[in-house]
Design a binder for this molecule. Structure first.
Ligand code: SAM
Length: 297
C-alpha cells in the first residue's frame, strides 16, 4: 500500500490499487445486494466533499463507508465523521485504514456497525449526511435518517442518476413522484452533478448522480406526517388517474375523495404529479377534519 504522505503533500486518498489490495487482504467480493461499488478515484472524492459545502464544525454521518475512500476525504473537511456500515468485515477494518492514512484524525472517527435503515442512536448528533449510498436502499435511507435525526441540517448523497433526478424533481416534471414529494417534506433537494461509471470498482452499469439537500420546516398542518404520506402513496399508486379516482380508496369513496380535494382547494380532476407537498398536506388535513366532524355528529 502507498505510504502516508509527507507534510508538504496533499493528503492522499485511496486509489484503484489501494482498493483492490484492501479487498484482497480482507478476502471480500463486493456484493450487489449491499450495493458495494467502491470509489477508486481521488478526484471524485474531492468533488463530493467540495459539493457537500460543509461548514467548519460539522459532524458528518457517512452511510456505508465501505473501504474508506470517502471517509478519508470527509475527515479532511469535517470536525467528526460517524460512519454507519452494515458489513461487519468492512466496519472492523475502517479504524485501521484511518489510523494508517490519517493517524492525526483517527480520534475524529466513530464506526457504527448497523443497518442505516434501522439505526436509532449515534454516538454524536450528525449535522450533515454525506454518502455514496447503497443504491437499492438509497431513498428509504435518506428519508429515514431525515426523520430520525433532526440535527441533520444538510447533505450530499451519491445515488443512481435516475434516483437523483427523482429526488430533486419539481411538481409537474416527468420524474416527479413519491420520493420527490416525501423528500420535500423534510428538505429542499437539488441535483449537484453526474458521476460516470469508471470511478468505481466494480463499475456499476448505470450512471450516478449527486443530490444536495438543505433541511427546511415541514408544511404547517394539523395532519401528521404519516397521514400526509398516506395521501402521497395513494395518489401515486395510480398516477395516471385523476385524484378523485386515485384517492377513492384512501378516502372511502370517490365522493369523499372529491370533498376532501375541494376542501383543500385542489381540482379533483387534476393528477397527483402536479401537486406539491403543501397541497398533499392540505388534502390530508381536509380528510382528517371531515372525519373529526363525522365523529362528533
Ligand atoms: N463509501 C464507500 C465508497 O464510496 O467507496 C462505499 C460505498 S458503496 C456504494 C455502499 C456501502 O454501503 C457499502 O460499504 C455497503 O456495505 C454499505 N451498506 C449497504 N447497505 C447498507 C445499510 N443498509 N446500512 C449501512 N451500510 C450499508
Amino acid at each position: 500500500m502507498t505510504q502516508p504522505p509527507a507534510a508538504d503533500r496533499p493528503a492522499p486518498l485511496l486509489g484503484a490499487a489501494d482498493i483492490r489490495r484492501l479487498a484482497a487482504e480482507l478476502d471480500i467480493r463486493p456484493t450487489k445486494t449491499l450495493g458495494q461499488n467502491f470509489v477508486i478515484d481521488g478526484n471524485t472524492i474531492r468533488r463530493i466533499v467540495g459539493a457537500a459545502q460543509l461548514g467548519e464544525h460539522e459532524t458528518v454521518l457517512e452511510v456505508g463507508p465501505g473501504l474508506g475512500s470517502l471517509t478519508l476525504g470527509l475527515l479532511d473537511a469535517a470536525e467528526r465523521v460517524v460512519a454507519v456500515e452494515i458489513d461487519p468485515v468492512l466496519a472492523a477494518r475502517l479504524p485501521d485504514t484511518v489510523a494508517r492514512w490519517r493517524p492525526e484524525r483517527a480520534a475524529a472517527l466513530d464506526v457504527v456497525l448497523e443497518d442505516a435503515l434501522r439505526v436509532t442512536e449515534l454516538p454524536h448528533a450528525p449535522t450533515a449526511l454525506v454518502a455514496n449510498l447503497p443504491y437499492n436502499v438509497a431513498v428509504p435511507v435518506v428519508l429515514n435518517l431525515l426523520e430520525r435525526f433532526p440535527s441533520l441540517q444538510r447533505g450530499l448523497v451519491m445515488v443512481q442518476d435516475e434516483v437523483a433526478d427523482r429526488l430533486a424533481a419539481p411538481p409537474g416534471s416527468r420524474t416527479y413522484g413519491v420520493p420527490s414529494v416525501k423528500a420535500a417534506w423534510y428538505s429542499s433537494m437539488g441535483k449537484a452533478g453526474m458521476v460516470g461509471m469508471n470511478v468505481f470498482w466494480p463499475a456499476p452499469k448505470i450512471a450516478s448522480g449527486l443530490v444536495r439537500f438543505t433541511r427546511r420546516e415541514p408544511p404547517v398542518t394539523t395532519a401528521t406526517r404519516q397521514e400526509v404520506f398516506a395521501v402521497v402513496d395513494a395518489a401515486f399508486a395510480q398516477r395516471r388517474k385523476t385524484l378523485r379516482a386515485a384517492l377513492a380508496g384512501w378516502a372511502g369513496t370517490p365522493v369523499l375523495a372529491e370533498q376532501a380535494l375541494r376542501a383543500a382547494g385542489v381540482d379533483p380532476s387534476a393528477r397527483g404529479e402536479v401537486l406539491d407537498i403543501t397541497a398533499f398536506a392540505r388534502i390530508a388535513e381536509a380528510r382528517r377534519e371531515a372525519a373529526d366532524v363525522g365523529a362528533v355528529n
